[in-house]
Design a binder for this molecule. Structure first.
Ligand code: FES
Length: 227
């Protein structure tokens, strides 16, 4: 079987173009291993990010036929089996550095500005199992940017986006966080929480089933109760 890929290529600010590749399918091949095969055997200049190859680090997200996916988890078999050409593009809503690699510096800066970590040294580091389950989804976020790339509001009105609020939810619930009120205010002022359309697109594409839109709605409800 042959795997056919159509990949968006771009070098810096030069005009983008699409390039087609065909490689032999190998058992267990993922789209990440297919990209690596192309890089090794056909075009060493093809650029993309990856690290863990196990769905943990969140660096390999690409658009596959218009949907954000973790390249290391997306199996190539169904595409090869049906002879379907796979459209591979960089994730949206981010500046392309080269080919499939995008500039994610802004994400790191926003994580810092919203200070997405426990601020106080916990007196008691334990949390009960019920709460642990409640924040499990939020804690599962791997910062893969799939939700950010599929959110229609991200580029508008300085809305922080689903990724940050999904992360924030965890700290808002965690009893070891002693500045909950501050967090709520930050969410409103810096992240424009209420700009979320509740369209659920982020829920649809999150590879870890974090359900950012659901967590955002819970955050909004918590804030309505608090006000
Ligand atoms: Fe780490 Fe895909 S390479 S999530």
């Amino acid at each position: 079987m042959v795997l056919r890929l159509k990949i968006r290529r771009q070098e810096g600010t030069k005009e983008a173009y699409y390039q087609r590749f065909e490689i032999p399918y190998q058992e267990g091949m993922t789209l990440l291993s297919a990209l690596q095969k192309i890089k090794e055997d056909i075009d060493p200049s093809l650029s993309f990010r990856h690290f863990c190859r196990a769905g943990i680090c969140g660096t390999c997200t690409i658009m596959v036929n218009g949907f954000p996916k973790l390249a290391c988890k997306e199996q190539a078999l169904p595409y090869a089996l049906f002879g379907e050409e796979v459209l591979i593009e960089p994730i949206r809503n981010f500046k392309v550095i080269r080919d499939l690699a995008v500039d994610n510096e802004g994400v790191i800066e926003r994580v810092k500005s919203l200070r997405l970590w426990i601020r106080e040294q916990a007196k008691d580091p334990r949390i009960n199992p019920e709460l642990s389950r409640k924040i499990e989804n939020s804690a599962d976020c791997i910062l893969c940017l799939a939700c950010q790339s599929y959110c229609p509001q991200v580029l508008e009105e300085n809305y922080a986006g689903p990724l940050f609020f999904a992360k924030l939810f965890r700290f808002f619930q965690d009893p070891r966080e002693e500045e909950k009120e501050l967090r709520v205010n930050q969410a409103i002022k810096e992240g424009n929480l209420y700009h979320c359309l509740s369209c659920n697109k982020c829920n649809l594409v999150c590879p870890k089933e974090v359900e950012p839109a659901t967590l955002i709605r819970e955050l909004m409800q918590s804030m309505d109760v608090a006000s």
